[in-house]
Ligand binder design. Structure first.
Ligand SMILES: Cc1cc2nc3c(=O)[nH]c(=O)nc-3n(C[C@H](O)[C@H](O)[C@H](O)COP(=O)(O)OP(=O)(O)OC[C@H]3O[C@@H](n4cnc5c(N)ncnc54)[C@H](O)[C@@H]3O)c2cc1C
Length: 346
């Protein structure tokens, strides 16, 4: 992701929500729950899920900033739960109260749905003690997995001082979680399962792609047990990335990140957020055919993503992670159009 952008504000804006303008209150409206059943499950690492011959199918949400948007998100989760995702993940923002909301949303999903939640955790600007207490809280709640990330500096600090926190790279956070796991604090003797980010088209801060793979391998060598990728629109980028990982000795499962284009505005914003993401001519041509009609643009974007998804499954991908932007429609349409919504035997 591009430096100096507030991750979740941009996700909200791309998703078409107006909540970006809503001031952060830090109130606990996030936990006003809909009527759900209470589930208790045995601990499941994402690696256990990925051990199945079937690819994992997962969704990403971000904590909204207004009570209305929370209601919409609960509705989205209800709509998507019927698709029986393998897990869902919840992003971690730059500000204090949004970070608390990540925790609230993860626990709400864990306690009231059948879906394992995976909190994202960024280490930029955090001290070791802060990360320790975040991990302790998740462990006490029986959360089984963490997506360990570096995060980006705040957008108003282009000359961010990297020495202001105890962690410099995501690999440092992975090592810290592994040490936490060994301390026996987590009720699961294995501790947390650990995921990390991968960038099929490369991360903008590292221009040397060979070196970048070494940095990715370092995260895996520190203890990450799967990789989830940045979104991409050309499967060749992902498949080549997967091959390059294998050649570099990175053998853990790699989950492909997919985001359907549902509006031209959203596409332009995402081009900024996911810096370096390339929109292939084939996609642009199909969106151009819609001649600016919003519904036709959405249909074209969903159709493109569905084809991308089917081809990835044909190529034996370990899993697909859908960047839902807190909406259910596009993901449900993709599932429907390629037959993924078939009722699964229990
Ligand atoms: C699946 C996914 C989920 C995300 N979720 C969030 C989220 O919830 N919240 C959020 O704020 N952001 C999120 N991001 C964005 C992410 O935090 C940024 O893209 C960030 O810049 C990179 O994070 P990382 O974990 O890959 O960092 P790192 O692995 O630390 O890499 C960051 C940069 O440093 C380089 N590097 C790594 N190790 C070294 C080293 N030893 N020496 C020199 N350079 C090195 C890498 O090549 C890369 O260019 C997500 C990204 C992805 C792909």
């Amino acid at each position: 992701m591009l430096f100096s952008l507030q991750f979740e504000d941009y996700l909200a804006a791309i998703g078409g929500s107006n909540e970006v303008e809503t001031p952060e209150t830090g109130e606990s409206f996030a936990v006003q729950a809909p009527e759900y059943r209470i589930f208790s499950r045995r601990p499941m690492h994402i690696l256990d899920i990925l051990a199945s011959p079937k690819p994992s199918l997962s969704f990403e949400f971000f904590p909204p900033k207004s009570p209305e948007a929370w209601e919409e998100l609960y509705e989205t989760i209800r709509n998507l739960e019927s698709l029986q995702p393998s897990f869902v993940s919840v992003t971690y923002g730059a500000g204090g109260s949004t970070r608390e909301m990540t925790h609230d949303l993860v626990l709400r999903i864990k306690q009231t749905t059948s879906i394992p939640p995976v909190p994202h955790l960024t280490c930029v600007g955090h001290t070791r003690d802060q990360i320790q207490s975040i991990l302790e809280r998740y462990a006490a709640a029986g959360v089984s997995n963490i997506l360990a990330l570096r995060g980006d500096p705040p957008r108003d600090q282009p000359d961010y001082d990297w020495s202001s926190g105890d962690f410099r790279h995501a690999a440092d956070l992975v090592r810290f979680i592994r040490e936490f796991n060994a301390s026996g604090v987590h009720p699961d003797p294995r501790g947390f399962g650990i995921g990390v980010a991968g960038f099929p088209e490369g991360h903008p801060a590292t221009s040397n792609r060979m070196q970048e793979l070494d940095f990715l391998k370092a995260k895996v060598d520190e203890g990450a047990d799967y990789i989830c990728t940045q979104l991409f629109f050309d499967n060749h980028d992902f498949l080549d990335f997967r091959d390059r990982c294998r050649l570099a000795g990175i053998t853990v499962p790699i989950i492909a990140g997919l985001m359907p284009v549902t509006s031209l505005k959203g596409m332009n914003r995402m081009a900024e957020l996911a810096a370096g993401a390339r929109y292939p001519a084939k996609l642009i041509r199909s969106l151009n055919r819609a001649q600016g009609d919003p519904e036709a643009v959405e249909r074209a974007g969903i159709h493109y993503a569905a084809e991308q998804c089917a081809a990835l499954l044909d190529h034996g991908v370990d899993g697909i992670h859908f960047y839902t932007l807190n909406k259910s429609r596009a993901t449900r349409e993709i599932f429907r159009s390629i037959g993924l919504d078939a009722v699964k035997p229990s």
